[in-house]
Design a protein around this ligand. Structure first.
Ligand code: TYM
Length: 339
């Protein structure tokens, strides 16, 4: 298949319940991107193996994630949806790219530094895969000659590393890889924790009150938003300023994303209201948004044979596409063809 539109690749790691951060940072854009790009949406189950401590039910989590892709409007007739471990080419290219990656550049990855701290605080053990994680991500992206990668801000550095690895390989072997660009929106690319708005909202947060999960029931969402940290400015005023008002700015980014309204338009509408009233508006909008999403999610989630069919068809299509890139690489590296 020859792709006539630019190629777009994105993925989520099925390592637990998806959060509002995952949705706002990347998944909310996927449906409309299908019109302008050839899209591949992957469920990065091999990446999820790096987290071994809080044992997740991976089979369940993969199908949950796939159901959310569909509920967010990804259409299997327009996009390729697949599970990473079904396409062996990812693991193959991962090894090859390991040979073109530098220890020192991996040490600089902010996510590794954060995860290393969490893991070593808990277990004193850090597996090698946690360190090599961004190389598998580079393999995911580069196998498909990807032009664009829509991600949250936390993944920007990994996409930049991917470009560096691709560039290094290309300068040795010719133009094998397309250099991908991250697509990161100005607002919503880093949704923060509700009680600690200086840190990213994350699936793995031990304090569940910091996080809105996409499957949270509406009453607990209301409580979480009511307790979200704001500030003590007197008289209270709603405006966007990440450093002076991180809590309010975070709620504004959330409201803007789920209502599809520009922050400046929202600010006009919210002029003169108190924080409690503002939070009530956020709760109302979030409740409507989540109820609709959860209904659609449940419809897909109950039909496992349909989900498996989509994953199967997606894997066949991705295998076909990725084989071509991998064959070119094997040739360049001097690996003897199997037949
Ligand atoms: P993961 O599963 O941690 O996150 C999936 C996507 O959600 C974004 N995200 C956020 N965006 C805004 N605010 C937040 N609080 C927030 N939390 C998460 C992430 O930036 C990401 O876009 N390594 C990746 C998965 C992956 C991948 C890839 C992504 C594997 N291969 C290839 C792109 C391309 C990860 O763990 O994402």
């Amino acid at each position: 298949m020859i792709f006539s539109k630019p190629i777009l690749f994105s993925a989520v790691q099925p390592s637990g319940n998806l959060t509002l951060g995952n949705y706002i940072g990347t998944m909310r854009h996927w449906s409309k991107m299908q019109n302008n790009y050839e899209c591949l949406y992957c469920i990065a189950d091999l990446h999820a193996l790096t987290i071994q401590e809080n044992k997740i039910d991976l089979k369940k989590s993969v199908l949950d994630t796939l159901s959310f892709y569909l509920a967010c409007g990804v259409d299997p007739n327009k996009s390729i949806i697949f599970i990473q471990s079904h396409v062996y080419q990812h693991s193959q290219l991962n090894w090859i790219l390991n040979c073109f990656s530098q220890f020192s550049e991996l040490l600089r990855m902010t996510q590794f530094k954060i995860k290393r701290k969490i893991e070593s605080d808990c277990t004193k053990k850090i597996n090698a895969a946690l360190f090599n994680y961004p190389i598998l991500m580079a393999a995911d992206i580069l196998l498909y000659q990807t032009n664009f990668v829509p991600v949250g801000r936390d993944q920007k550095q990994h996409v930049e590393l991917t470009r560096n690895i691709a560039h290094r390989f290309n300068s040795l072997y010719g133009n094998i890889f397309t250099l991908p660009k991250p697509l990161i929106t100005q607002y919503g690319s880093k949704i923060m924790s509700l009680l600690e708005p200086h840190k990213k909202m994350s699936k793995s947060d031990v304090n569940k009150n910091n996080v809105i999960f996409l499957l949270d029931d509406i009453s607990s969402v209301a409580l979480k938003i009511q307790h979200a940290l704001t500030d003590s400015e007197m008289p209270s005023k709603i405006y966007y300023d990440i450093s002076k008002k991180p809590g309010i700015s975070n709620l504004l980014e959330i409201l803007s994303a789920i209502t599809n309204k520009d922050i400046n338009i929202l600010l006009k509408e919210l002029e003169g209201i108190m924080y409690a009233e503002f939070k009530k508006i956020v709760v109302d909008c979030l409740s409507k948004f989540l109820s609709k999403l959860q209904k659609s999610y449940n419809d897909y989630r109950h039909d496992e044979s349909y989900l498996k069919k989509i994953a199967y068809e997606g894997a066949i299509k991705s295998q076909l596409r990725s084989q071509k890139t991998l064959k070119d690489i094997h040739d360049k590296l001097g690996l003897i063809p199997f037949f």
